[in-house]
Design a protein around this ligand. Structure first.
Ligand SMILES: N[C@@H](CCC(=O)N[C@@H](CS)C(=O)NCC(=O)O)C(=O)O
Length: 249
């Protein structure tokens, strides 16, 4: 990319985290536009109306790359994967199916981390809801486990779906670890565990794993969620920021 692109999303991990990780992996500096407590003014009143003229689907996350605006998280990952030569044409469908499977898993997860679906209305119900969710999640993880060629989904190097998969595994590991009385046997998924470890060991991602994007941003929208992630602490949410992030710095 000649000019740094802009990745826009909430100042949380959510659907933005895999996109930010992929950009970091590429080594390309990018503007990390992160909407926060002033979402109403900065996103809904300002940026969204401006971007809808360039892409009628506009949503969070989005990527702006010169004249191109892409939204829908899996499309953002596919766009960046192709543009930054991370994805391989020969693996397009294997990678795409894994992306879709991760989204199915994530959609199930959203039913328990937010109250909106009625599946888990109260924070106090979260441990029991997580326990129930993990039974279904094991089905998703089982399919993904079989899809991993190793160490990454499509072999020796990560492609766009690996970032989505990493985030899902990482979030589930953290939720189980940080929720009293809930246990889950990740040993049943050795390839997913190896993929998770391989991703954490990538030198290209060292700055990402040290950054607040990973260490302290909430996993889900802090205003509504039953699960924030322990790193969030007292909540460094603040106002919208737009920092140029250099993964090599
Ligand atoms: N299917 C979309 C879902 C996008 C979505 O629901 N975005 C939420 C945050 S996770 C949002 O706040 N969108 C802003 C808006 O509705 O304008 C995707 O995968 O990107």
């Amino acid at each position: 990319m000649t000019e740094p692109c802009t990745l826009g999303y909430h100042k949380i991990r959510g659907l933005g985290a895999p996109c930010r990780m992929l950009l970091c992996f590429s080594g390309e500096p990018f503007y990390n536009k992160a909407y926060a407590g002033d979402l109403k003014e900065e996103w809904f009143a300002k940026d969204k109306p401006a971007l809808v003229a360039r892409n009628s689907y506009i949503n969070l996350p989005y990527v702006i790359d010169g004249d191109t605006v892409v939204t829908q998280s899996n499309s953002v990952l596919l766009y960046l994967g192709r543009k930054l030569a991370i994805d391989k044409d020969a693996d397009f469908f294997a990678n795409h199916q894994a992306l879709d499977q991760c989204m199915d898993l994530r959609n199930d997860l959203m039913k328990i981390v937010y109250p909106f679906s009625g599946v888990c209305k109260d924070k106090a119900d979260f441990p029991a809801a997580l326990e129930r969710h993990l039974k279904g999640a094991a089905g998703h993880f089982g399919k993904l486990e079989q899809g991993v060629r190793g160490p990454f989904l499509c072999g020796a190097a990560p492609q766009s779906a690996d970032f989505h998969l990493f985030e899902m595994v990482d979030q589930h590991l953290a939720m189980v670890d940080q929720t009293d009385g809930v246990d889950f046997d990740f040993a049943a998924f050795p390839k997913l565990a190896a993929l998770h470890a391989a991703m954490k060991a990538l030198p290209e991602l060292a700055t990402y794993f040290k950054s607040p994007m990973y260490t302290s941003w909430a996993f889900n929208n802090a205003m509504f969620t039953h699960f924030l992630g322990a790193g969030y602490g007292d909540g460094p949410y603040g106002t919208t920021s737009n920092e140029l992030f250099d993964p090599k710095a």
